[in-house]
Design a protein around this ligand. Structure first.
Ligand SMILES: C[S@@+](CC[C@H](N)C(=O)[O-])C[C@H]1O[C@@H](n2cnc3c(N)ncnc32)[C@H](O)[C@@H]1O
Length: 240
């Protein structure tokens, strides 16, 4: 399916509405057409599928109306739980996927900053986030909210789970935020992929050094940390 793609803007370019639930509820009240932010599944599949297998328990946080989960499902990744904090959207998606899907393909109304009532610790092996951390970072109290979100993602991830973040944020904007020992993962790898719209720029005009021409995929892997003799998490990590 040929669907439109869109990009969040870096704050502070008038993008604070992306961090507000009111914005998303209103948007999904009138528009639940399939829409993939940043990249569609084809654009990220070669990277994501290196870190999962067909039985991986996947949580897609801030699923939106993206087709990513559906396309993964049809490739055999049947165990996918999708969450979003827009009630309008989740009601629509439950209806849209009510037939023809196994009950391991689920939709839950849930705020990723507090998933305690919904999911126990270690419930998932992989969390996929395409554009949701970016949304939270656009809003007020972004530092506190992103910390809550990442702590919750860490809690629901199994001990050797992986958090995969697709974002517009280059390393200097995301690495430090993600690389916090509290989350018990380490950033194993960062991929840089072209934004889909740059393909139309002619080669002599294209600036390879401009970080805005790329999306970034951060692979945050749990379970590779080395325990220090005192049992605390050390800073040494196994090689990639
Ligand atoms: C930029 S859109 C990305 C949607 C989808 N992942 C994609 O790639 O097309 C961000 C989504 O995150 C959701 N979202 C933002 N903050 C959230 C939160 N705290 N809890 C759950 N969902 C949230 C929004 O409702 C929206 O659907």
């Amino acid at each position: 399916m040929n669907i439109q793609q869109n990009q969040l803007q870096d704050p502070p370019h008038n993008s604070s509405h992306y961090g507000k639930i009111e914005y998303w509820e209103k948007r999904y009240q009138t528009n639940t057409k399939p829409f993939d932010w940043y990249q569609n599944y084809d654009g990220v599949k070669d990277i994501i599928t290196q870190y999962i297998n067909k039985s991986t328990r996947i949580l897609n946080v801030g699923c939106g109306s993206s087709l990513l989960s559906e396309e993964m499902y049809f490739e055999g990744y049947k165990n996918i739980t999708n969450v979003d904090y827009s009630n309008n959207l989740i009601k629509h998606l439950i209806e849209r996927y009510s037939e023809g899907f196994e009950n391991t393909f689920k939709f839950e109304h849930c705020d990723v900053r507090n998933m305690k009532g919904k999911f126990a610790n270690n419930s998932f092996d992989c969390v996929i986030d395409k554009g949701t951390l970016d949304s939270v970072l656009c809003g007020e109290y972004s530092r506190q909210n992103s910390f809550k979100m990442l702590s919750e993602i860490s809690r629901v991830l199994s001990q050797d789970g992986v958090y995969i973040v697709v974002t517009y944020g280059e390393e200097k904007k995301r690495q430090q935020l993600l690389e916090n020992p509290e989350f018990m993962w380490h950033v194993k790898k960062v991929y840089k992929i072209y934004k889909p719209n740059v393909q139309s720029i002619s080669e002599n005009l294209f600036d390879y050094k401009d970080p805005d021409n790329y999306h970034y995929i951060y692979i945050c892997k749990k379970g590779d940390q080395v325990l220090t003799p005192r049992g605390k998490l050390g800073n040494l990590f196994k090689n990639n």
